[in-house]
Design a protein around this ligand. Sequence first.
Ligand code: CMP
Length: 139
Amino acid sequence: AIQRTFSIIKPDATKRNLTGEIAAKFEAAGLRIVASKRIQLSLAQAQTFYGVHKERPFFDELCEFMISEPIVVQVLEGEDAIAKNREVMGATNPAEAAEGTIRKEYALSIGENSVHGSDAPETAAEEIAFFFSGLELVG
Ligand code: CMP
């Protein structure tokens, strides 16, 4: 089915001018970028967005990293977009990511791993709504 998923191009990637190369990989995989904006997260916004991880030992590091540089938030649309995006991203830990994936090619570490993507339809809907209004999604 046609789905929408939420994607972040993270600080390590925006800092190295990889926004275009990463977006090109999504498009080459058949994902349409139906919304896109470059933003600077506040600490409070990062903590809210990653709230499910607040008990994890890496939570503070994760939030500090996510506010260290601007990020690019996007909504990707296409057939099985959630799974397709996860395939293109590769494993969370770049050491485990398959050849040709974004994280294999660009990620620096498990924390500075260049991209985020929703893991399920419910989280995709929540994450999209956190950053975008309906008017900003142009299919
Ligand atoms: P993301 O998909 O953005 O969702 C949670 C993030 O936590 C994950 O990507 C990783 O970048 C980050 N993360 C997971 N494990 C670690 C870790 N051990 N140290 C630092 N960051 C981590």
